[in-house]
Write a protein that binds this ligand. Structure first.
Ligand SMILES: [Zn+2]
Length: 76
């Protein structure tokens, strides 16, 4: 009976360690991809948006939304 309890504790410890290792791997990869994303400020309101998703006016200024692109960079 003592060994059964010991075996259960060992299995639980191994499962917990594997779970922690998997979580560490996930945390390891997630911020790296987020940090690689270049953020640009909206020329109208200053909100930072990913450069890929920013809307550009003909002059090349970045905007967060079509409304701000149409309004332009004048007011801030
Ligand atoms: Zn904006």
């Amino acid at each position: 009976m003592k060994y059964l309890l010991l075996a259960i504790v060992l299995v639980a410890a191994v499962l917990w360690i594997r779970h922690k290792a998997a979580a560490a791997r996930r945390a390891d990869t997630a911020p790296r991809t987020a940090a690689a994303e270049t953020m640009v400020p909206c020329a109208h309101c200053g909100v930072h948006v990913p450069a890929r998703e920013a809307l550009r006016d003909p002059a090349g200024a970045a905007f967060c939304s079509p409304a701000h692109r149409d309004t332009g960079s004048g007011t801030r």
